[in-house]
Each structure stands twice: as C-alpha cells, then as structure tokens.
Write a protein that binds this ligand. Structure first.
Ligand SMILES: [Zn+2]
Length: 110
C-alpha cells in the first residue's frame, strides 16, 4: 500500500545534550490523521516527548511511498540533509514560512 513518507523537523533538540535540531521519519497511509496524532502526542515516542516539553515540529518534507521507502530513508540517517529547513544549516528555531512552501511544492510535484 502506498501513502506518504514524511519528515518531521523539531524546532529544537528534544533529548538533553543534543545541540542540533532533531527529525523523525515516518510513514502514513492517511497523512492527515497521522500528523494529527503526532500533534496530540501520539504515534511515536519522540512526538509524545516533544509535546510534553512544548517543542513544536513541522512537516518539512513529503515523499510518495511505502514502508520500504521509509526504511531506506531512515537507514540513510541523513535526515538533516533531507530536510529543506536544515538545508540552510541546521538552525535551532522555527521557520514557519519555509515548510509551508516546501510542502506545497512537493504536493504540486505529484
Ligand atoms: Zn530539519
């Protein structure tokens, strides 16, 4: 089954001792429901912790794909390089205007 592989970019480090922003790559057949689950602290441990700590995230990038693609992207361990926000340097902060445009561009590309 094909759906979306998505990259979440967190506005700042979640784990103590981390100095760069963090990411999460996931797969969803129903993207909207999945992102909503993450926003309410469900779906993954990292989004649960982020919510507990008041750390926001953005959907930074989308791919059409399946769990196989999710696995390949995770295995590359190159989330910062895959992230359009971090492509400008892994800034600690929240750049609201970038992901919205990035997502729109990716969706239009399909
Ligand atoms: Zn990023």
């Amino acid at each position: 089954m094909s759906g979306f592989v998505y990259l979440l970019h967190f506005e700042k480090p979640i784990a103590p001792g981390r100095h760069t922003c963090q990411h999460y790559i996931g797969y969803a057949a129903d993207l909207a429901a999945r992102i909503q689950a993450h926003e309410t602290g469900h779906g993954a441990r990292i989004t649960q912790v982020a919510r507990e700590r008041g750390i926001r995230f953005q959907v930074a990038r989308l791919w059409h794909g399946d769990r196989g693609l999710e696995r390949r992207l995770k295995d590359r361990k190159e989330a910062p390089q895959l992230c359009p926000i971090c492509g400008r340097g892994c800034a600690v902060g929240y750049a609201e205007e970038i992901p919205a445009e990035a997502i729109k561009d990716y969706l239009l590309a399909f």
